[in-house]
Ligand binder design. Structure first.
Ligand code: HEM
Length: 435
């Protein structure tokens, strides 16, 4: 391999990680050293490498992907999710992904439209009362709860209602109520696996197959061995879907409604776009690419550009490589930030402005495919992306046809950069009925 130079970077030792302190440093170093820089680690030998050039990102996530495995920062996630799809790697991941993916393809996602619709109808009924009384609503909490309800019903269908009945309330409720993601939360969360185990056992005893993600996973067989998923894997994958599937969509909708409330011209266009469509036909719900079609989807794509929930993620190099003309030693942690990439003036005009029209096909033409990564890319592309886009578009169309939202916060909403990018404080809104 040709000799490559060590990447420039700061002298100080620092461990890059998804937390609030890290972002200003990354911004500072990006300005100082450009798109590729090395940061000496405090706890590991050698440097971590930050990359912000779409060609390098494509190399890591796609063309040389065999050289880049999951690594830094996953210890915290593993405590919550065990060895589920987000965390796993190698043979285990390669066996699991094809068994899970069919549950998220177009047809499967389309079949969940009535479920998504009915959860949102219940939300609209609750909100109608609040709109009449002028009650202030905490949409951050409400949207997290709606997103959680949808994943739990997509996973467990009738067994979720039975669980609520037997326990008096959903034992999963605290996931939307609690914002701390500490050790105590992890222990409590893992404690929920006993309910999932009980549902799996009940289905086996009764020989019952439902039209939901859990049954799809229980029915799935490994192509090579013909074996079903092990029980441990069923639990880990279920817990992964619950976490990955609700915080991300809840947070995207939270930011999207905030952004709409700050941009009357976008709100007007949204109302025009949904006029006359009871429930939208989204490209995603039709089984197409999630970057297809409607104005509603463009609003969501633009919210995901400005506030991608997964704002920082990493890979670990197995063997040496060269990125951006700089050497990569085996074991190097590579960091990619969709947040910083999505706000790079090299790829986006007026990058800090909220402009859904930038996702119109004509404007998107010529943009680097790897300059927009809310769902990552390559074989580890978010398995739930199509479902998430369909779910969010349906929610947005249903809500926007009934209500407008008036933002009640003092000053602009502040982002909080933890494992997920959320608003630092709950977003408070007043609902105004539209007709
Ligand atoms: C707006 C919503 C969502 C966003 C922004 C999002 C984002 C992401 C990102 C960036 C990754 C890749 C992480 C990496 O490569 O290190 C990912 C992976 C994943 N996501 Fe999502 N996600 C969303 C919704 C969902 C939903 C609804 C589900 C399932 C119910 C889901 C399940 C997963 C799983 C299982 C993986 C791991 C895939 C693999 O490595 O094979 N996500 N997501």
């Amino acid at each position: 391999m040709a000799q490559a130079a060590v990447a420039p970077g700061p002298q100080e030792r620092y461990d890059l990680d998804a937390n609030d302190d890290c972002l200003p440093l990354l911004q500072q170093w990006l300005g100082q050293f450009g798109n590729t820089f090395a940061v000496p680690s405090q706890t590991r030998p050698g440097n971590a490498l930050f990359i912000n050039d779409p060609d390098d990102i494509r190399r890591v996530l796609l063309t040389q992907r065999a050289n880049y495995v999951k690594g830094a920062g996953l210890e915290r996630v593993r405590m919550l999710l065990g060895n589920g799809l987000i965390v796993s790697d190698g043979e285990h991941w390669a066996r699991q992904r094809p068994m899970i993916q069919p549950a998220f393809l177009g047809n499967a996602t389309r079949a969940f439209a009535p479920l998504i619709q009915s959860v949102n109808e219940a939300l609209l009924a609750r909100w109608a009362k609040k709109a009449t009384s002028g009650e202030v609503i905490d949409i951050t909490h409400e949207l997290s709860a709606v997103a959680l309800d949808i994943v739990l019903r997509a996973l467990f269908s009738v067994d979720f209602d039975r669980l609520i009945e037997s326990e008096g309330k959903s034992p999963f409720d605290f996931l939307a109520d609690e914002s701390e993601r500490d050790l105590q939360f992890a222990v409590r969360f893992r404690g929920l696996t006993r309910f999932v185990r009980a549902i799996i056992e009940a289905r086996r005893t009764e020989g019952r197959v439902e039209s939901d993600w859990l049954s799809m996973m229980m029915q799935a067989r490994d192509k090579a061995s013909g074996e079903p998923m092990a029980d441990r894997a069923l639990l880990d994958e279920s817990m992964t879907m619950i976490v990955a599937g609700h915080e991300t969509t809840g947070s995207t909708l939270n930011w999207a409604w905030y952004l709409i409330s700050q941009h009357p011209e976008v709100e007007r266009e949204l109302h025009r776009a949904i006029a006359g469509t009871a429930v939208p036909a989204t490209a995603a719900a039709e089984g197409g690419e999630p970057d297809g079609g409607s104005y509603v989807e463009r609003v969501l794509q633009e919210a995901l550009r400005l506030y991608p929930p997964v704002w920082l993620f990493s890979r670990r190099a197995v063997k040496e490589d060269v990125l951006g003309g700089h050497e990569v030693m085996p074991g190097t942690d590579i960091f990619i930030s969709p947040y910083l990439l999505h706000r790079s003036a090299e790829h986006w005009q007026n990058p800090d402005d909220f402009m859904p029209e930038r996702f119109e096909p004509a404007s998107a033409q010529g943009r680097h495919r790897f300059a927009y990564l809310p769902f990552s890319a390559g074989p580890r592309f978010c398995v739930g992306a199509g479902f998430a886009m369909a779910e969010m578009a349906m929610h947005m169309s249903m809500v926007a046809s009934r209500f407008r939202m008036e933002y009640l916060g003092d000053g602009p909403a502040q982002p909080e950069f933890q494992i997920n990018l959320r608003t630092r404080h709950p977003i408070l809104m007043r609902l105004v009925a539209r007709h």
